[in-house]
Ligand binder design. Structure first.
Ligand code: SF4
Length: 99
């Protein structure tokens, strides 16, 4: 299982990350190319974008489950990423207060 204390610093904050066990096998980048990319100097993958829709999350979970060395984690900064606010928080500000 991946360890968030060992994750590469290149990962964007959020739920998914790649840790230092990555052997640069390319599988996650093929499975979920919209979220995983290669650090060319470091020779490993990292998460450059966090998924937001369920479909995107499923794609990242598929990459996680496919990783041969379990270097992908999904227990990162869940919900704490202020740069990635998941658009669903304030349904009430939609016109009730019109005068
Ligand atoms: S699938 Fe796992 S080992 Fe392969 S590149 Fe992605 S994180 Fe690294």
């Amino acid at each position: 299982m991946a360890n968030k204390d060992d994750k590469w610093e290149n990962n964007v904050p959020g739920k998914f990350y790649v840790d230092q066990q990555c052997i640069d096998c390319d599988l996650c980048r093929e499975t979920a190319p919209g979220f995983f990319t290669r650090h060319d100097d470091g020779g490993h993958s990292y998460v450059f974008k966090q998924p937001t829709t369920q479909e995107e999350i499923d794609q990242c979970m598929e990459a996680l489950e496919g990783c041969p060395v379990e270097a992908i984690g999904s227990d990162g900064d869940d919900g704490a990423a202020d740069s990635q606010s998941q658009a669903s928080a304030t349904p009430q500000a939609t016109g009730e207060a019109r005068s």
